[in-house]
Design a protein around this ligand. Structure first.
Ligand code: ADE
Length: 224
């Protein structure tokens, strides 16, 4: 799966994809992630990409031409399944959206800034608008990194069987049960006996009960 992220702050996205699972996915050829500097597509000598809003008001608006130039260059090279705009007024991101995106081949993500982007970019190019939650960040870069992370770990072959994404909280109806590792006794805080029992059926039953209890306590809405 290929992601092309268009941003005025490419430096913000240098590191998130260069570690751990996301790095491995790219090394294995399971995902490609490209970050494009929107300023490279500005046609003026100051490399500016924003201007004052028509009708007045505070803040600058990101202009259509640089986005159009970058998107059209990419679209001339391959077909894209989605062009996503990260915005707090989009649909709220969740596991179901991540699952759906993981079935796509090529996806462009646009990161907004300032007061917003010219509405015509959204009307003409964008196929989907996604928010990562009801709060406003200073730009779409961190939200874009979240989308890429949530999607790439779902791609076949990225996670090993033991850590399969299918067993994640939110993939089923229940949150995950608590987990423990050595030592079995840390300053009197003991690992639940059942986990040391070797009885796999009992362990599975305990994990299920713990999941259910945790979900009832923390996210009763998931059980409705
Ligand atoms: N840009 C700024 N805030 C955002 C949010 N909550 N989700 C997606 N993009 C954003």
């Amino acid at each position: 799966m290929r992601f092309d992220i268009i941003t005025v702050l490419p430096g913000l996205l240098e590191s998130p994809f260069a570690h751990s699972i996301l790095q491995r996915a790219q090394n294995k050829g399971l995902s490609e992630i490209y970050v494009h500097n929107l300023r490279d597509y500005s046609s003026n000598k100051h490399k500016s990409v924003d201007d004052y809003p028509y009708g007045g008001g505070s803040g600058m608006v990101m202009q259509i031409e640089p986005f159009a130039a970058c998107i059209e260059k990419l679209k001339a090279e391959r077909d894209y399944d989605e062009i996503i705009f990260m915005t707090p007024d989009g649909e709220t991101f969740n596991q179901e959206i991540a699952n759906g995106l993981s079935l796509k081949k090529n996806v462009i993500i646009l990161c907004g800034h300032y007061k917003g982007i010219d509405q015509r970019i959204r009307d003409v190019y964008v196929t989907r608008e996604i928010s990562i939650g009801d709060y406003v960040l200073s730009g779409g870069e961190l939200p874009a990194a979240i989308i890429v992370d949530a999607v790439v770990r779902l791609l076949p072959g990225v996670l090993s069987d033991e850590t399969s994404a299918l067993s994640d909280s939110f993939q089923g109806d229940l949150l995950d049960a608590p987990v423990y590792s050595r030592p079995a006794d840390w300053r009197g805080h003991k690992v639940p006996e059942v986990l040391l029992s070797g009885n796999q059926a009992k362990i599975e039953q305990w994990r299920y009960e713990q999941s259910l209890e945790r979900t009832q306590k923390r996210r009763p809405d998931l059980l409705e």
